[in-house]
Design a protein around this ligand. Structure first.
Ligand code: HSE
Length: 401
């Protein structure tokens, strides 16, 4: 029997406890041992839980219990999660987390502690909810040089965009529904302003390229400025608008990394990923494109990935799994102004004025003095400079996806 503790009994934490209890036999067959929930840390009371007697409000009861070999952190946020996780690893306990904010902010340090203490620090659920992506990237695709990783990494914003496009639902109503369904972050600004997707692309970039990329180094835009007009004209151009997190390795080994709404061509594998589903495309030099698809948010999908990591930790209590990246200083990331793409533009101007500013353009529509067009590829800094000549209503990158 392996004793574990779960820190946090919110949406994901209660899902983890539920799966460990309801899938006990299934997990026993995989591990050959029982996984026993010895403690659950939460400040709230849960008198109706079948294991109500195992709840504690005191972290010291977990850290001081030598029988607890694996600790699950599903509290979210940085404090006190960072301190608790660091103390657990330092004390020689393996840690599993779904906390992307924690991994994006402190992953390199926590991985280094895990390595030093010969324990595991696993975080499959931190990106893509129930979709396997960390393990496939660190193991199955390890023979590849990864040229690019691009994905729809946030279920809440994808749910909102899909509801707006398919049902004409208002932004606020769609957000409220996402919150009720348990997809949204405690502070939904983290979803709609792109910070959650940013943390996830940072984790994938760190994993793919071996050096920590911190969120501060990544230009991040959310979906709050997207209008139904943008959606309509994107459709006329054969595209859908999605919030994309993307990292590309350039020829000079620098990383071009960004989170922003992008026009995704209908033929792209990422175009038909709707509602709370996530999709992640990994471009390997040996495999070509590999796409991972599934539920990126929600109680049981996310808890499923956490429990898989718990099983992996229990299987590797002695032999550590190799999952590691070094610290980074952001010097390997280019400025977003140097990132090159085509742009979709709506502007109050004529075709001649648009050509005067950008040279060759592709006209998409013209209505009531508003021109909708696509530019050729250009640096974003150059786009911003040229766009000053026009009254731009919206400008969205066109993804090469
Ligand atoms: N708020 C996140 C999302 C939860 O909507 O994708 C899963 O990380």
């Amino acid at each position: 029997m392996v004793s574990v503790a779960i820190m946090g009994h919110g949406v994901v934490g209660s899902g983890v406890a539920e799966i460990l209890l309801t899938h006990k036999q299934k997990l026993f067959s995989s591990l050959g041992e029982e996984i026993y929930i010895k403690k659950i840390l939460d400040l709230r009371e849960f008198p109706d839980s079948p294991i109500a007697d195992r709840f504690t409000k005191d972290f010291e009861e977990i850290i001081s219990d030598l029988e607890i070999r694996v600790v699950v952190e599903v509290m979210g946020g940085l404090n006190p999660a960072y301190d608790f996780v660091k103390r657990c690893l330092t004390a020689g306990k393996s840690v599993v987390t779904s906390n992307k904010e924690l991994v994006a902010a402190h992953g390199a340090e926590l991985l280094a502690i895990a390595k030093e203490k010969n324990v595991n620090f696993l975080f499959e659920a931190s990106v893509g909810g129930g979709i396997p992506i960390i393990r496939p990237m660190s193991q199955c695709l390890v023979a590849n040089n990864v040229n690019e990783v691009a994905g729809i990494l946030n279920g809440t914003t994808n749910f909102i965009l899909t509801k707006m496009i398919e049902e004409g639902m208002q932004f606020e109503d769609a957000l409220k529904l996402a919150q009720e369904l348990g997809f949204a972050e405690r502070n939904p600004a983290a979803d709609i302003e792109g910070h959650d997707a940013c943390r996830k692309i940072c984790i994938l970039a760190s994993l793919a390229y071996g050096r920590h990329v911190y969120p501060e180094a990544v230009h991040t835009e959310g979906i709050t400025k997207i209008t139904l007009d943008d959606v309509k004209y994107a459709e006329a151009f054969g595209c859908v608008i999605k919030l994309i997190g993307r990292v590309k390795k350039l020829e000079n080994d620098m990383l071009d990394i960004i989170v922003a709404p992008m026009l995704v061509p209908n033929k792209s594998q990422l175009a038909n990923i709707d509602y709370e589903f996530n999709g992640i495309m990994v471009r390997g030099d040996c495999t070509g494109d590999v796409v991972f698809y599934g539920k990126g948010a929600g109680k049981l999908p996310t808890a499923s990935a956490v429990v898989a990591d718990v099983v992996d930790c229990c299987k590797h209590l002695k032999a550590r799994k190799y999952l590691y990246w070094a610290d980074g200083d952001g010097k390997n990331v280019i400025s977003y102004a140097d990132s090159v793409s085509k742009m979709f533009v709506r502007a109050a101007c004529t075709s001649e004025e648009a050509q005067g500013a950008f040279g060759k353009i592709t006209k998409i529509a013209e209505n009531d003095g508003v021109l909708v067009f696509a530019t050729e590829e250009l640096r974003f800094g150059e786009f911003e400079e040229k766009a000053k000549q026009l009254e731009v209503l919206s400008a969205i990158r066109i993804g090469d996806l």
